[in-house]
Structures are given as C-alpha cells and as structure tokens.
Design a protein around this ligand. Structure first.
Ligand SMILES: Nc1ncnc2c1ncn2[C@@H]1O[C@H](COP(=O)(O)OP(=O)(O)OP(=O)(O)O)[C@@H](O)[C@H]1O
Ligand SMILES: [Mg+2]
Length: 555
C-alpha cells in the first residue's frame, strides 16, 4: 500500500490499449480487462486515491495509538514514582540528592518508555516482518535468500555481540553525566548569589558544561553505534553485486543469463537490509537506555511497602513522652540523641537550648515523626508513634523550621500551605498573619496584599518576613502542639518580642516546644532543657511546671 499503490495507476496511464495482466486480478479481473482504457484509468485513479487514503489513515492510526500509549505509560510511571515518593520517609530525602529524583520523574521515565519499551515492541514487530519477508523470499529464491540472510545475520548479530557492552557503557555514562548536569544546574541557580559574589560563575558554569559535554558526546557515540554495521554492510553487499557483474562481464558471460538471479539477490538485499538494520538499531537504542530500567524500577519496586497502613486517630490529652530515645543518622559515627527521656505535658511550654550541632533540630524531627528513634519510643498519651498513626499525629503539630521553604506563590498560598485557593479562609489568614505580626506589612506594604507573589523560595521577602510567614503557616492549621525551631532568630528584638507575645497568648490553649539561642525569647517557658548537658537548666516559672521533674538526662 502507500506510495507503492500509485505504480499500477501509472502503468495503466502509460499503456495505450488494454492490459492483459489485469485479467489475473481476483474477482474483478475479467471486468477490468474488458474496460475501455479511459474508464480503466478513472477506476484505477479512484482505487489509487482510496489506497493512499486508507494507507495514510492506517499510518496515522498506528502512530496515534503508539504515541498515546507511550504518553499514557510515561504518565503512569510518573504517577507510580510520585506515589512512592509521597510515602518515603524523610530520611530517604536526606540521603538522596533531589536532582536524582527529579531526573527519574522527568527524564528517566521518558527514556524508559521511548528508549526501552517502545523500541522493544518495535523490535518484535520488525522481527515478524523480517520473518515474513524471509519466508516470501525463500519461496522465490531459497539459495540466494539463505545466503543474503546468513550474511546480514552474521554482520548484525556479530556487531550486536561485540558492541552491546559498549552501548550499555555509553548509556551508563550518559546517565551519570545527566545527573551531574542537573545537579550542577540546580546548584548554580540555588547558589547564584554566592556565586556572583565570589565571582565563581566560570567554575560553576564549567561544572554544568563539563557534564553536558560528556552527555552529548556519549549520545552522539551511541547514535553512531546504532548505524555502524550499515556503513559496512551496504558497500560490501552491493559492492559484491557490482563485482559479480564486472567479473562476469570481463569473462564475456552474457548478462541475460545472470541478471535474473542478480536482480533477485539485489531485491533480497534491498528488502532485508533495512529490516535487519531497524532491528539492530532499535536493539542498540534499548541497550543504551537500559540504565533507565534501574532508575525507574528502583522506586516502583517499593510501591507495596510504600502504601502505609490506614491511619489511626491520635489523642493528645495528657502528654507527649520520649522514652529512652536514641537516634543516629544513617552512617553517623555517634548517636546524636542518646537515651533521652522527657515528658511534655499538655499545655506545657518547654524551651530547648544547647550549643549548635548538639541535636536540637534532630530532637524536633523525632517529635514530628520525621525520624524514627533508633532505640526507645515516643508516646502520645501512652500510645507509641508508629507508621499507622504518624500522619494523624503530624496533623496536630504546627512546626516552624529553622529554614522556611517558601513556595513561588502568593502570601496566602504560603500561609494556607497546601490548601487550594477556593478553600482558603480569609478571616483565619488575617488572624494568623496578625499573630505573626506580618498582617500590617502584607496589607499596607505589598502591592497585592495576600495575593502578592513572593518569588522562588520567597526571595522577594526579608529573612524576618519569611520567618513570620512560617509562623503564620504553623498557626493557620490550628495546631494542638507548636514546635518552633529558631523561629524568631531573624527578627529584630522588638518584633521578636511582639511575635513571642502573640505566641505566649496561646498559653493554656496549645503545648509549646521552642528552640532558641536567645534566652530572652524563652523567658516565659515553664522550663528550659539544656540538650547538651542533658539537664533542666532553668525554671523560670516553677509553679506551672507540670512534668519538669520528669526530665531525665543521662546523655
Ligand atoms: N542528615 C544528616 N545526616 C547526618 N548527620 C546529620 C544530619 N543532620 C544533622 N546531622 C548531624 O547531627 C548533629 C545535630 O544536628 P542538628 O541539626 O540537630 O543540630 P542543632 O542542635 O539543631 O544545631 P543548630 O543549633 O546549629 O541548629 C550535627 O552534628 C549534624 O552534623
Ligand atoms: Mg537546628
């Protein structure tokens, strides 16, 4: 079909009278043979147009199915990876560079489908076509076909055997280079301020470009590998043919005697070569993308384990208790937290102090259930925190981290984190912004108030403004327990006092755990706990200490 269907039409157009061969056409042969030339031409014209339309419609349909199926698979893979990522513990993200995950989600899923799955299917379909072609040619000229097939098979099979490890290696090198490229680009834009300041654009741009050079060179080499035997085979195959003709001509052999066989050989080669080449090319394509199976499967494998058990409700009416908790980071030499027991009664206000690096943020991460204790337990009203109740527990906690991540979105979206615009409560937004002492700034200084975009990571805001948005975010969700990790460190003394006043106004309504280097912001806590010393340092308000004597400190 296709373009080939125009040949009979041209043959009819070129002939003057009737065409006897048409009589052999099944069913309509005698009818065609009896037609006048002009009528025949019209019929053939219509048949040709119909043939072309059908062929092209089928081609469009096949392409559509292929593309849609490919797109569906890529999306399904991404969905699988995302589901998996959603269920991963925090420790996984601490141990894995985000560029690796980003690459898997965007690039590797695409490569897996278009570089492994689709070519594999194409190899199968090409092999079927090749087999049919061989059978057809074997019927016509068995000897010559066997010779041509053995020759092609030997060259392509041999090339594949010799070059397959090279193809895999190139794929692996490309993978590593692409990972480095993404990481270098992310670092370049993430650290652009420091890079500009230190005049290190050349060094950091160089990191990206070095990786890019490797990636593109490998990609070019892999492309060349996919075509290599063709450059050898075509001249050899057709050169042999020409050679045979020349030798016979020189020996005075009549062309008419060898030409039929030669033309069959040429036809066999002409038909077989592209099929062999297509199978080989796609096989090389698969080999150089085989790395993507590992990248994609690495996450997809754990789907079953990643789907957590259904969440049980958590009731926090009495206390949060750390029971002989120890924690070490994966690969860490010494435990960051060791055998720590603490009690946080409901509505208590605990200040945690200690020198930098002593484990304050780690302790908070344990309380938030972002890490699981290496030893010991964390109990809420006596119930240990575990995978089946951790999401319920986190819903009760408001947390202001040391470094707040702001979304490249509006102030409102940043405060009502993860709540779609239609469901945001404007009254509550204003309330929490007021408590965090950011309301006046948002409403009077920003061009679009709560609808003002803050820029990537909140670059259009000051450090103190970012922190106050973080505090408003923690309050918006109406937490029962509020955890502040250096939440006011970027504020001037006056603003810090105002913000802390607003937070202390929540006394008796929520439980507070606060980390601060500045003692002044902790002066209204029930108790202070020095994590490095493992002891209660201070008890600014002994009368309301419920639980202070439960602090044990064998660090
Ligand atoms: N992901 C991690 N992997 C390995 N070690 C880590 C990791 N995060 C932190 N640490 C180590 O754990 C220790 C405690 O870190 P942590 O962030 O809890 O300290 P901190 O008391 O909050 O310090 P700061 O006052 O500076 O915020 C540090 O020595 C740090 O190097
Ligand atoms: Mg910290």
């Amino acid at each position: 079909m296709g373009v080939a269907s125009i040949a009979p039409f041209l043959a009819v157009a070129g002939s003057e009278g009737s065409i006897p061969a048409l009589g052999k056409v099944p069913l309509v042969g005698s009818w065609l043979a009896s037609m006048a030339h002009r009528d025949l031409l019209i019929v053939m014209g219509f048949v040709t147009i119909l043939g072309l339309l059908t062929a092209n419609f089928l081609m469009w349909l096949t392409e559509r199915v292929r593309l849609r199926y490919g797109a569906f698979l890529i999306h399904a893979l991404r969905e699988g990876l995302m589901v998996n990522y959603c269920a991963r513990p925090y420790g996984y993200y601490l141990a894995t560079n985000s560029s690796v995950l980003l690459k898997r989600l965007t690039h590797d899923t695409f490569q897996f489908v278009n570089g492994v799955l689709v070519p594999s299917l194409e190899i199968i379909s090409r092999l079927v076509v090749l087999l049919l072609l061989l059978v057809l040619l074997l019927v016509v000229a068995p000897g010559i076909t066997l010779l041509a097939a053995a020759f092609c098979g030997l060259i392509y099979g041999g090339s594949l055997a010799v070059l397959n490890s090279r193809g895999r290696r190139l794929g692996h090198q490309m993978n590593v280079a692409q990972r480095s490229m993404l990481q270098a680009a992310q670092q370049f834009f993430g650290a652009i301020k420091a890079i500009l300041l230190h005049g290190k654009t050349e060094y950091f741009a160089g990191q990206f470009l070095d990786a890019s050079a490797i990636s593109t060179a490998c990609s070019a080499r892999a492309g060349l590998l996919g075509n290599l035997p063709r450059y050898l085979l075509e001249p050899v195959a057709f050169g042999t043919l020409v050679g045979v003709v020349l030798v016979n001509a020189a020996n005075g052999v009549a062309m008419a005697t060898i030409l039929p066989k030669l033309s069959i050989l040429a036809l066999a080669g002409y038909r077989l070569l592209p099929s062999f080449q297509a199978v080989y090319g796609q096989a090389m394509n698969v080999l150089s993308n085989v790395y993507s199976i590992g990248e994609v499967a690495d996450c997809a494998h754990q789907d079953a384990a990643a789907v957590g058990p259904p969440q049980l409700p958590v009731h926090f009416t009495q206390s949060l208790r750390l029971d002989a908790v120890s924690f070490s980071y994966a690969g860490g030499m010494t435990p960051v937290i060791q055998d720590l027991s603490m009690d946080f009664p409901k509505y208590s206000k605990t200040g945690i102090i200690g020198p930098t690096g002593c484990g304050k943020s780690t302790l908070v991460d344990l309380i938030l259930g972002l890490h699981s204790p290496t030893k010991g337990r964390i109990l809420v009203d006596g119930t240990p925190l575990a995978t089946e109740n951790i999401t319920s527990w986190r819903a009760l906690v408001g947390y202001v981290p040391q470094d707040i991540y702001l979304l490249d979105d509006t102030i409102a979206a940043n405060i009502a984190f993860g709540i779609p615009e239609a469901k945001r409560d404007l009254k509550k937004l204003r309330q929490v912004a007021d408590a965090a002492h950011i309301l006046a700034f948002v409403e009077n200084k920003l061009p679009h108030g709560f609808a003002t975009m803050v820029g990537e990571r909140g670059v259009r805001l000051s450090g103190g403004q970012r922190q106050r948005i973080g505090i408003a975010r923690a309050l918006y969700h109406g937490p029962e327990i509020l955890v502040l990790d250096e939440a006011t460190s970027a504020l001037d003394a006056e603003t810090e006092k105002d913000v802390m006043n607003a937070i202390y106004e929540l006394s008796g309504k929520i439980t507070m755990i606060m980390i601060a280097h500045r003692r002044s912001s902790l002066n209204r806590c029930d108790r202070l706990f020095d994590l490095a010393a493992g002891s209660v340092m201070d008890s600014p308000a002994p009368k309301s200490l419920g639980g202070i004597h439960d602090l044990t400190h064998p660090k």
